[in-house]
Design a protein around this ligand. Structure first.
Ligand code: S3P
Length: 441
């Protein structure tokens, strides 16, 4: 199979109902929490992607039995002390920041050193942001260059609770400290800038000792030592971050309509919808329901509406943090100059995404000015491409790949996008859904 994708023409109108795969954040959290439960937990619609497989491999290495069958996954938890910490154990988080950072919270009580490694992209990312708070519990974390993987964690049986101020709006840092707090006597107190709250909702559903006081800008979270986690079944809803690519494709396609079924619309994740609606997109939620504390709905999008530039309020950033690459494609086609600020975190993702956004906009001939944390995009409603475009050397960032595909299908031109395999980390089914939308094209 050639590993680059060629796209030679725009998509024409479509009218379809699709389902995208399970939410990645929820899938990884379920694997980790189920592995410490006392008994067998079962998940349906678990995301089967490299990031989640890496989470399954990690808990297997820690002695937990996992059985995968089609879209079902069974985890045989052995209780809170069920992990078998062996000498010379290495856990490979591969490309997953979520797995790499969250699992450290669970490993905080290992008295045997455990090594954490990752792929080329993860090895460039900042792990000091989690090793700093975790070492305050009394664990020792040694990192390469004091910042990166490989990392060695040696925890302790005598952990001390901490007070932690999470200022970046990182759900990974917040969750890692919540999980460490669950293994620590006393009360851990976290003041966290708003970020996705799947960990808190799952803990609440499981009646774990995690309480949350929601304030305007910060959440105040108190965590106590957990006594037992009951096994729990979970039907994973579809991922809004994966849906976002098709939402944007529809918004940019005249006379098209799409329904994405059963998507997680947690308030802390719907920034993409809020931003696109402010720009004039026609998007509505249908069949809303609540499942284990998470909100779910079908998302209906009608394309081809007039799109206006946005001066994006920073308060919408955290809910759209994984979606800005594709959101910027809408700004490229909007009327007027869009401005996005306070986005320094984007350069801490699988690739430096703010820089890559600017590169892609340059490739498609859209004037933009970028700094370390802001981007100004000069939209062109008549944007139509004829030229050749090649995307490569992007650290195999799945979202850069998928953004390239959506740009090609929306704006035309002849595209060659390298490293098709990059989508396997989060959304292996992505290109099959594109095929489905192109039927009758
Ligand atoms: C995630 C949190 C976010 C997000 C990532 C998934 C999570 O990262 O970008 O894709 O599941 O907790 P940060 O915590 O670095 O913001």
């Amino acid at each position: 199979m050639p590993n680059s994708l060629l796209i030679k023409k725009k998509i024409r109108k479509f009218n379809k109902i699709i389902s995208v795969s399970g939410d990645k954040s929820i899938s990884i959290r379920w694997v980790l929490l189920a592995s410490l439960a006392s008994g067998v937990s079962k998940a349906q619609n678990l995301l089967i992607s490299e990031d989640v497989q890496a989470a399954i491999q990690a808990v297997r290495k820690l002695g937990i039995k996992v059985v995968m069958r089609d879209k079902f996954c069974k985890i045989y938890g052995n209780g809170l002390n069920g992990f078998k910490y062996k000498k010379n154990l290495t856990i490979n988080a591969e490309n997953s920041g979520t797995l790499g950072r969250l699992i450290l919270g669970f490993l905080i009580n290992t008295t045997i050193p455990i090594k954490l490694i990752g792929d080329q992209s993860l090895s460039k990312r900042d792990f000091k942001r989690v090793s700093d708070p975790l070492s305050k519990f009394g664990a020792i974390l040694k990192l390469k260059n004091k910042k990166n993987l490989p990392l060695v964690i040696q925890g302790s049986k005598n952990l001390k609770p901490i007070s932690y101020l999470e200022k970046k709006g990182s759900a990974q840092c917040k969750s890692s400290v919540i999980f460490a707090g669950l293994r620590t006597k006393g009360t851990t107190i976290i003041k966290a800038k708003k970020s996705r709250n799947h960990t808190e909702l799952m803990c609440n559903y499981l009646r774990l000792p995690v309480s949350v006081k929601r304030k305007k800008k910060y959440d105040e979270i108190k965590v106590k030592k957990v006594k037992k986690i009951k096994p729990f079944d979970y039907k994973i809803p579809s991922d809004i971050s994966s849906s976002a690519f098709f939402i944007v494709l529809t918004v940019l396609s005249k006379n098209s309509k799409l329904v994405v079924k059963n998507v997680n619309i947690n308030q802390s994740r719907i920034g993409v919808i809020q931003i696109l609606k402010k720009m004039g997109a026609d998007i509505i939620f249908k069949n809303k329901k609540t499942y284990k504390g998470e909100k779910i709905a079908d998302i209906q999008i009608r394309g081809g509406k007039t799109l206006n530039a946005i001066n994006c309020p920073s308060k919408l950033n955290s809910g759209a943090i994984d979606e800005f690459l594709v959101i910027f494609l809408v700004a490229a086609k909007a009327k007027g100059i869009s401005y996005f600020k306070d986005l320094a975190e984007l350069n801490h993702k699988e690739s430096p995404r703010l820089k890559w956004s600017s590169k892609i906009l340059n490739m498609i001939g859209i004037k933009n000015t970028v700094t370390e944390s802001t981007i100004k995009i000069y939209g062109n409603p008549d944007l139509e491409l004829k030229k050749q475009i090649v995307i490569k050397d992007y650290l195999k960032d799945h979202r850069v790949f998928m953004t390239g595909v959506i740009a090609a299908l929306s704006f035309g031109g002849k595209w060659k996008i390298h490293n098709k395999e990059s989508i396997k980390t989060s959304f292996p089914n992505f290109l099959n859904i594109i095929k489905e939308l192109k039927k009758n094209d």
